[in-house]
Design a protein around this ligand. Structure first.
Ligand code: DC
Length: 229
């Protein structure tokens, strides 16, 4: 039984940069836990929709955020189960409507505060890989291994288009690029927890890197920073 604080690797960056895939592979290679913090914001928006709670009614949203039962069961191959009050909502939380709701709840400081402790509870031995926007700056500021991934907006639009195509959906590159630029601007300019690298984060530009290149780089850093065997 160990009593030290669990090690945490934080992986932050804008949407479409490949944080989720990278973080999941790193967690799986190390045998560590994984937190998809964006999914928490999405689950909250979805839970509010299900309970017919208006996202403008902050007290009611906070009540949902405090009481909803969430469980993650991640699979390396992507067949994740994300349970909200016992029901798998992994597919339902990936719609554009839920993303828009998630972005709304994520811009409220009081709501973020409620989700803060829930996110910190994921830090467990042997370690945690946490993926999000403010993992290194707000949620796990004590982490000694902080990564911030970037890629050009064009490259992220191309990646997103490829991903959508694999799922049988076709969207024009121009529309995706416009959407990504709007989201980047909103994420970076909001007053609470704006998207920015922590001062001590290692910034990796993934524009010309494959997922395995990025995973290898993160694992190298993890081995430098932690006593891993
Ligand atoms: O990464 P994602 O698209 O699943 O995130 C959903 C929303 O939550 C998005 O608007 C960004 C926001 N978010 C956040 O504000 N802080 C985080 N740590 C993770 C996500």
């Amino acid at each position: 039984m160990t009593h030290t604080t669990p090690s945490v690797i934080t992986i932050d960056g804008p949407s479409g940069v490949g944080k989720g895939t990278t973080a999941k592979r790193v967690a799986s290679t190390l045998g560590w836990h994984f937190l998809d913090s964006g999914a928490l914001y999405r689950i909250l928006a979805y839970a509010c929709e299900r309970h017919e709670v208006s996202l403008d009614d902050i007290d009611a949203v906070i009540l949902v955020a405090t009481t909803m039962a969430v469980e993650f069961d991640f699979d390396r191959d992507g067949a994740d189960a994300i349970l909200l009050d016992g029901t798998d909502v992994a597919t339902q939380i990936r719609t554009e409507a839920v993303a828009a709701g998630a972005s709304m709840v994520a811009s409220n400081g009081a709501i973020r505060q409620v989700l803060l402790q829930r996110q910190r509870n994921f830090a467990m031995h042997p370690g945690l890989v946490a993926d999000g926007r403010d993992m290194g700056t707000v949620v796990f500021p004590e982490s000694s291994c902080k990564i911030f991934l970037t890629a050009t907006a064009d490259e992220r639009a191309i990646r997103r288009q490829r991903q959508l195509k694999e799922n049988g959906n076709g969207v024009s590159l121009r529309a995706l690029l416009a959407e990504i630029k709007v989201r980047d601007e909103r994420d970076a300019s909001r007053t609470v927890a704006p998207l920015k690298p922590a001062d001590d984060a290692v910034v990796i530009d993934t524009t010309h890197l494959s997922v395995s290149d990025v995973v290898t780089r993160v694992l190298e850093l993890a081995h430098e920073r932690f006593d891993l065997n």
